[in-house]
Design a binder for this molecule. Structure first.
Ligand code: ADP
Ligand code: MG
Length: 336
């Protein structure tokens, strides 16, 4: 790709910088000369997360959100640059790095050892990072349990004795105990009942008001992301196609894919157009063939034309609002 545009943000203020990151997975099939084929699933992704902000990464299943999260956590090889607090994985020590960045995943049970008490598990990151003596660590665990809405006595229980929502509260508490500067939460409410998930989102908002950390909140659910996040990146087929404040994305969307996501949410579509767009829905149901190298949304886009035969770069339209669509900002992208 010839044009490469980073997220429109000054570097020094950001807790996370992702610059031109691509990730490939090995395909199961064999390619030429019997070599394993590689399939690129993230293509030249660039964005930043400001200190103390909640940044939402949204897009349908399979678009590469978790892959991006895993690359940021240093769990996957990637090309490009990822800096956490200005440090790259390779140069920063593992310990310094893991203290700055913590993760909360979809399935709290897999993150908790069923044989260990909640207190033991939550104390673990404090031990690893040599934070406080035993008494201080125990006191910190008690305080954190209360902060995430559980009684301090839960420290002596095992994961089986807790509900799914309570386990996720424990995972969030364990992640926050090491006082990270960045938390990556990947679909962390998706496995919970709607009401339990809503309580967890409210917990994040309460903790956000009291603590200093940034969050990369990964979800397929745009309404959840809008509720929680300051800025949002919309992903489609391994690219960020639109980036902006939560209001930019949800009240003034520019990319046809963002509009499609919003049309799927009744409240939002009513706010934006007052009605659904029949043309958009028809195209959504019958994807057309992609010419090679075309815009990643070509196959589903109701506006696709000759100017869409190359992948557009993410370009700033106004303020922090950026979009990877040739029609964005031209006045021709408006849907009726
Ligand atoms: N370990 C893996 N090996 C091969 N392909 C993978 C692997 N993990 C994910 N993929 C593929 O990468 C793409 C992105 O997956 P993922 O990052 O999990 O998306 P999301 O989190 O948005 O649902 C998908 O096409 C998925 O099938
Ligand atoms: Mg995922």
């Amino acid at each position: 790709m010839s044009q490469k545009v980073s997220a429109p943000v000054p570097a020094a203020t950001d807790i996370l910088e992702v610059r031109h990151v691509s990730v490939s997975y090995q395909d199961n099939g064999l390619g030429i000369f019997g070599k394993r084929k590689e399939q690129e699933v993230l293509h030249d992704v660039s964005f930043s997360v400001h200190r103390d902000e909640f940044f939402g990464l949204v897009g349908e299943s399979g678009c590469g959100k978790s892959t991006l999260g895993r690359a940021i956590l240093g769990l996957l090889p990637f090309s490009g640059t990822i800096l956490v607090d200005g440090m790259a994985h390779k140069t920063a020590g593992r310990e310094a790095f893991t203290r700055k960045i913590q993760a909360v995943f979809q399935d709290p049970m897999s993150a908790l050892d069923p044989r260990k008490t909640i207190g033991f598990t939550m104390e673990e990151p404090l031990k690893v990072h040599h934070m406080g003596d035993k008494a201080a660590r125990r006191a910190a665990v008690s305080r954190m349990l209360e902060q995430v809405g559980l009684d301090a006595s839960y420290a002596s229980r095992t994961p089986e004795e807790l509900s799914g929502g309570q386990r996720q509260r424990v995972c969030i508490g364990a992640a926050l105990l090491a006082e990270p500067e960045l938390v990556i939460a990947d679909e962390c409410v998706s496995a919970l009942d709607v009401s339990v998930g809503a309580q967890i989102l409210n917990l994040f908002r309460e903790i956000d008001a009291a603590k200093d950390f940034a969050m990369l909140f990964i979800s397929h659910n745009l309404s959840v992301v809008y509720y929680l996040c300051d800025r949002i990146g919309v992903m489609y087929r391994g690219r960020i196609v639109e980036l902006g404040t939560a209001d930019d994305i949800c009240l003034h969307p520019l990319h046809p894919y963002t509009k499609l996501l919003l049309h799927a949410i009744p409240d939002f579509s009513a706010k934006i157009t007052g009605e659904t767009d029949p043309k958009q829905e028809a195209e959504f149901e019958t994807p057309r063939e992609d010419p090679p190298g075309a815009c990643c949304f070509y196959h589903r886009c109701p506006h696709a034309g000759p100017s869409c035969l190359a992948q557009p770069a993410l370009r700033t339209i106004s303020g922090e609002h950026a979009c990877a669509c040739v029609l964005a900002g031209t006045g021709r992208e408006e849907t009726p």
